[in-house]
Write a protein that binds this ligand. Sequence first.
Ligand SMILES: Cc1ncc(COP(=O)(O)O)c(C=O)c1O
Length: 476
Amino acid sequence: MSKENPFLEIKENTLHFDRVNLLRSVAANFGTPTYVFSENIIKQNLLNLQTAFTSQYPQTEIAYSIKNNMIIDFSSIIADEINYFETTSLTELLLVEKLAQQKNKPLNLISTNLFKPDGLIEHIIDFGNQITREKKNLQMSGIIAIDSYQDMKNIERVAKNANKKAKVLVRVNPGIQMSREKTIFASAYPDAKCSTIIKDIQPIIDLSQNETIEEWLLKRKHSPKYDFAERIIQEAEKSEHLELLGIHGHLGSQVTNIDYFHHFFEVITLFYKLMEEKLGRNLSFLDLGGGYPVQYSIKECVPSIEEIAVSLSQKISQAKITPHLIIESGRFVTASSGLLLSKVTLTKENPSGGKIAVLDMSVYSDLLDVIAAKWNFDISLVNDLPERKDETKEYSWDLVGATNDTLDQLNPINYPDNPNIDQRSFPRDLKPNDYIVITNAGAYTTCFNSNYCGRPKPMIVLIEKDKNIRLINRNY
Ligand SMILES: Cc1ncc(COP(=O)(O)O)c(C=O)c1O
């Protein structure tokens, strides 16, 4: 469903974000380009996510996926609300330990990367132990999602050397049919780089109540010898140094087709059931990864989080399983909580009669998904806003980044055919020292900032609950 952003409003002919005048309170004090984040929105998004899933299935934990935005101040806000974090590196793990210590609160961790160096595995197995030794009431656990057969063997070896048992989930690939073009970060099609495939799909087809399952659950072309979920699960179960807690799966990031969620939940819940039968015992955890979508543009339609949660609870009840559920999420929590404020440095004409506005930001550093994923972010004018949009006249502009690179443009370019050039329309003409904002810029943006072309990284500020605006220090 398409909806306007309730945190953006026009007052005194200027755009305000979460009650704050972007011109007077942000641009004038901090300069541009600057990311502006809102504590209220981060909390609201978390609450929406939590409520959607727990109202359908109460035994649900939300795990914040740190990598989309590695800023400790934001993780700190999030750690007040939830107990789990999803991490992919030692740096992220240490950040979670630091938060647990600062807040005197037990936090749990799920580590999911496809390769985990020995040092990282050791730390996950030992996660929180030092804190627990110091503060007996803080019981924390580190769980590892096994990604492949060799990954399992590495984890087992490190655990054996430490004379410990590693808590593990097995990350499973359902191998469903997904359009790679429409779902650019898809992760659940058969040849995906992460996780291991379910080899034998016939028992799932037999159990399913879905008549179309044979159309979208793809037949396996080859039989892997080691890298298939059933084998890894059975070996993990037998291992003296692994404690098998359950199953993990991840559909992809920013999945906008509700059918993919239906299919993914169907296969993974039935597989969970079948594995419980095979092992002769109940598993504890079903972790369904991230991917819960954000509406990037008011023209775009994405399934609501409530629709997704209903689909999941139906599949869980059809499969007759009772796991503790983990929902990992990054983008849904942070994307709409941040915007990027940028200034028009100068304007130019081009020989086709078009107009170019050169911004002080660069997509290479500040908004990488414009290039990497051909993302079409919504853009709004900030200053001197006409009181009412003049419907009869629109002013079209090409907005370009500050570097000389051709791809450094806010309209995604399909080089070399360029069929997609889509100019930006505003209700009045642009001039130097005008400001624009790119909305939904809070996820997978600041973590890619670089000094490309010798440009400084943008500032980051946080609008706190009391409207105070705090400059965020990137060091953690
Ligand atoms: C295993 C896993 N969990 C969670 C996420 C977070 O996804 P999102 O930020 O779309 O929620 C990712 C992202 O790729 C992932 O690979």
